[in-house]
Design a protein around this ligand. Sequence first.
Ligand SMILES: C[S@@+](CC[C@H](N)C(=O)[O-])C[C@H]1O[C@@H](n2cnc3c(N)ncnc32)[C@H](O)[C@@H]1O
Length: 326
Amino acid sequence: MMSGQAFAVPALDTTDLRSSHDTLVALGQRLAAADYRFITPTPLTHQRVNEREANQTALSLRDVFGWSRPFPATLLPPDELDALVAAVIVVSHARSFISRVRWSSLGDLSLVHSAFPTTDEDSVFFGPDTYRFAQSIRDQLNRTFTPIKRAVDIGCGSGAGALVIARAHPHAQVFAVDINPKALHFARVNAEVAGCQNVECLESDILQGVQGDLDLIVANPPYMKDARQRAYRHGGDALGADLSVRIVRESLPRLAVGGALVLYTGVAMVGGDDPFFAAVKADIAGPSWAWTYRELDPDVFGEELLEDGYQDVERIAAVELVVRRV
Ligand SMILES: C[S@@+](CC[C@H](N)C(=O)[O-])C[C@H]1O[C@@H](n2cnc3c(N)ncnc32)[C@H](O)[C@@H]1O
């Protein structure tokens, strides 16, 4: 994604996070009480806005916890700053401070995830893809009459998808699964801040850690070919399509009758062809499945086309596949 970084933020490791759970929950609640709102843009936009002369020092909570800008001690009450520093959520940076987490708004939810730039191996993603993914889930919830008793968000990251489902179906058992323990820590904080007690966060490679049939499976997996193979963006071989194909193949057998898979992903289009759809077409053929497939945005992350391996790719499209077991 981005290599340039305006402000270096030291990594937050899992041990720090475990001990900072309560402080993060309190911070989330305090931001909600202050009507905090921040919509996360693409990394390129984030970098461009932060590089402006006037944006070198934070002047507000949005600048600190949304834009990841360094801030003076005077911006937060001393007790709060002390608690955040003790929990290593905030660290000193030159002669100021910087937050190691970011908070983004999704409807009336506030979700914690990694600070900008998300360069660490275990960074926890939230971005414009998350907004499109959440809309795909809402669309599915609005058009289905199938009762949702058990649902899972595969590759939950901050838990955005799981929380959209859990809010709409408070009696459903909702699993938020990921292979990144840091993502699960953030997802637990976010579920608590949202007051969703029906979300269970589990370490799981796709659905291997979840038993039984499911009424709704949603996923916004990584879909890039990432040279550093970071979990939040590396989708494996076939220019990042492999993981999305695996999710389709491992999810369909787990759907209850009437249940649906909502897969939001990105596809590297080559020579007018869609290699992801070509790979899954046979899996969703036949009388057991009803499906829709559409491009939500024909051209995302154009800067990736400059990366190694993308020389034959003409565009990366954001797509939505919905498959229902009939
Ligand atoms: C692009 S992020 C999306 C996060 C979140 N769903 C969202 O929409 O904001 C993809 C997530 O998938 C997770 N992931 C990658 N491979 C996985 C796998 N094999 N099983 C489960 N999760 C995986 C990553 O750790 C990352 O948190």
